[in-house]
Write a protein of this length. Structure first.
Length: 167
């Protein structure tokens, strides 16, 4: 399995993977909207035998806190074609994505997903850090920091870009 930066020619295959993994077009439409609006800050695909079988995207989010807006990244969506799920591809994409995101100077990443899955990479319940999702509390809303001090003075509500309104 090779994880790499998505090229423009990959996004037809990425769309297929997203539609197959989620059984609906919403996440594929989200990725299209993020791309069109220049808000897909990182897009990685996974290939097996020259075929795109996985995808992970990152986009900007904000932690709004007492008049401040703290930049962060949101991991979404993550998808693996059903024929290749439970083979480690999703985990490899998350690891590669976090490494690249932190390497580019981002300190905080949020995700809405399975605590069991994302906890393996160091994500923790965001509310324990004083960071809440703007749409309410959930154990599934999690956060990870690049370093131990990433959360110093950071509390507040996370807002995603307008592209996420329909998902």
């Amino acid at each position: 399995m090779d994880a790499r930066i998505c090229e423009a020619s990959d996004f037809g295959s990425v769309r297929h993977v997203l539609e197959q993994a989620f059984h609906r077009p919403s996440e594929a439409d989200l990725v299209d909207a993020l791309r069109q609006n220049g808000h897909l800050t990182l897009a990685l695909s996974a290939e097996v035998g020259g075929r795109v079988v996985g995808f992970v995207g990152f986009s900007p989010v904000e932690v709004r806190s007492e008049g401040r807006r703290i930049p962060a990244q949101g991991l979404a969506p993550l998808a693996v074609h059903p024929d290749f799920q439970r083979t480690g591809i999703g985990s490899a994409l998350v690891r590669a994505g976090l490494e690249a995101t932190f390497k580019h100077g981002n300190d905080i990443v949020v995700v809405l997903g399975s605590p069991e899955f994302y906890g393996r990479f160091g994500f923790e319940n965001a509310a324990r850090r004083g960071i809440l999702w703007e749409h309410g509390g959930s154990e599934a809303f999690q956060v990870i920091g690049r370093a131990a001090d990433a959360f110093d003075g950071v509390t507040g509500f996370v807002s995603y870009g307008p592209e996420f309104a329909g998902v």
